[in-house]
Ligand binder design. Structure first.
Ligand code: PEP
Length: 248
């Protein structure tokens, strides 16, 4: 069975003491143990928040470099992240793709670096507005997966975490309807079945991301192929993030 997950992507928000308060409130307010909670703060908070979380929540990074060490000023390597307690990384967020020109080939290299370093990741995919308006969202998302992820073997693919995040819904307040989310998630799962097997497809968690909040999470999470959410804006406030976690 796919793991149920609620993950918060803080992006470049919150000062250290604000973040620390938020983590403590999440730890105090989290009720269910059947949902895995992950937080992606700015990387320099990872060590302290991992110590605070003490295994009750996972602390991850929003980005990492493909090389393990060397002359890459400003970058962070997976072994460094692991040595500071970080246990997971985001790959392919639309802001990395759009603002930092990360291509499907770049993301494939990050997937390979994560696999080589036994490092968990959430692989993000999703179409921009013009692609949906042209009716090409399924082929677009399928290409993202084929060019960056589907080269993995079945045993590497088993249990992986994907996030479908339509770009037009990120930070815009415009959520995909639960029907639109379910339709894409069901397609993604069927492509995993086609490339691997039903068993692998059912082990993969597919999260929805894009203006998911405490008001719409319950309806979106009720969709059979939605295994949780990757939350941006609503993860910056403990009340809304806890309501989303407790929406399962
Ligand atoms: C995100 O950045 O991954 C995201 C889903 O943001 P928001 O929830 O703010 O749309």
């Amino acid at each position: 069975m796919a793991q149920k997950i609620v993950a918060g992507n803080w992006k470049m928000n919150l000062q250290f003491d604000e973040g620390e308060k938020l983590v403590n409130e999440i730890l105090e307010g989290k009720r269910s143990n059947s949902v895995s909670v992950m937080i992606f703060p700015p990387a320099l908070y990872v060590q302290h928040f991992s110590e605070l979380g003490d295994g009750r929540i996972s602390i991850g990074v929003q980005n990492f470099h493909v090389h393990e060490s060397g002359a890459y000023t400003g970058e962070i390597a997976i072994p460094q992240i692991k040595s500071a307690g970080g246990s997971i990384g985001l790959i392919g967020h639309s802001e990395r793709r759009g603002l930092f020109s990360e291509t499907n080939a770049d993301l494939k290299a990050k997937v390979d670096a994560a696999i080589a370093n036994d490092f968990k990741f959430i692989f993000c995919c999703g179409e921009p507005l013009e692609i949906r308006e042209a009716g090409r969202e399924f082929s677009y998302v399928k290409s993202q997966l084929e060019e960056s992820l589907f080269h993995l073997t079945a045993s590497q693919m088993a249990g992986k975490i994907l996030a479908y995040e339509p770009v037009w819904a990120i930070g815009t307040g415009k959520t995909a309807t639960s029907a639109q989310a379910e339709q894409m998630h069901a397609e993604i799962r069927s492509w995993i079945t086609d490339n691997y097997s039903d068993e692998v497809a059912n082990s993969v968690s597919i999260l929805y991301g894009g203006s998911c909040n405490e008001k719409n999470a319950r309806e979106i999470f009720a969709c059979p192929n939605v295994d949780g959410g990757l939350i941006g804006g609503a993860s910056l406030n403990s009340e809304s993030f806890l309501e989303i976690i407790n929406a399962f």
